[in-house]
Design a protein around this ligand. Structure first.
Ligand code: HEM
Length: 209
């Protein structure tokens, strides 16, 4: 869980920072998107590193979900009879309880998101437009319900990450500084979510056109 989670967190941090380039204008943003496709060339053919990244991401998501399912099964096997009293466990909290369906919402979001921003099938500008044009068209005020879906999914990503980071700290045996690490996980997650939220909101209110 922790290793694949760490890969996904690294991707999210890079993706969020990349998205912020939208504030530097169309040319910068599209150049950056082009660089993602050509990075490593001419030493390796174009898209090589991007394809490797995509494979690592797909494998990480699959293993992350597989680990979650096998851990849950192991927990059921270890204690087939449910506790009579629903006592709050040490790890309980809103973020903990939402890990399972939060994860499902995130997967559904990523499927929609790829159709929207990567393939352009559900984007008003279509697949041939530049990434900047797709992004600006995707978050127009008339499509507020899509933006709302993105915001809900991002809150889920934030909660998932907050609990995930905290669990990873515990796995690494760092749980002695409990309060500081809990606060650290919350701050990192909040910064990530706010970084992601900035672009859709700026487009929606017309700051980025
Ligand atoms: C406001 C939030 C987000 C915006 C505006 C956004 C925007 C984009 C854009 C424009 C692309 C296409 C880039 C290109 O074609 O060059 C993209 C790709 C992608 N995004 Fe996002 N994204 C957001 C949040 C997320 C989140 C939260 C996740 C994961 C949980 C995610 C996962 C992906 C993936 C997997 C790709 C495909 C990367 C690839 O082609 O290898 N995105 N995103």
């Amino acid at each position: 869980m922790a290793v694949t989670g760490a890969v996904l967190v690294l991707f999210l941090v890079g993706h969020m920072l990349g998205n912020l380039k939208i504030f530097l204008g169309a040319e910068e943003f599209n150049d950056y998107a082009e660089w993602l496709r050509t990075v490593g060339a001419p030493a390796v053919p174009g898209r090589t590193l991007l394809t490797i990244t995509e494979i690592v991401l797909v494998v990480s998501v699959a293993l992350h979900m597989w680990s979650a399912i096998s851990l849950a099964r192991r927990a059921v096997r270890a204690r087939p009879v449910k506790y009579a009293a629903r006592r709050r466990s040490q790890a309980s909290g809103y973020a903990t309880r939402t890990m399972r369906y939060g994860g499902v919402i995130i997967v559904l979001f990523v499927i929609w998101h790829l159709l929207d921003m990567t393939f352009g099938v559900v984007n008003p500008e279509g697949g041939d437009a530049t990434p900047y044009a797709r992004m600006v068209a995707g978050f127009q005020p008339s499509r507020w319900w899509i933006t709302l879906f993105y915001l809900v999914a991002l809150v889920m990503v934030g909660l998932h990450l907050r609990h995930g980071l905290w669990s990873a700290f515990q796995t690494l045996g760092l749980a002695r500084r409990r309060r500081a690490l809990k606060a650290g996980a919350a701050v990192v997650s909040a910064v990530l979510v706010l970084g992601f939220v900035a672009a859709p909101v700026a487009i929606m209110i017309g700051v980025v056109k």
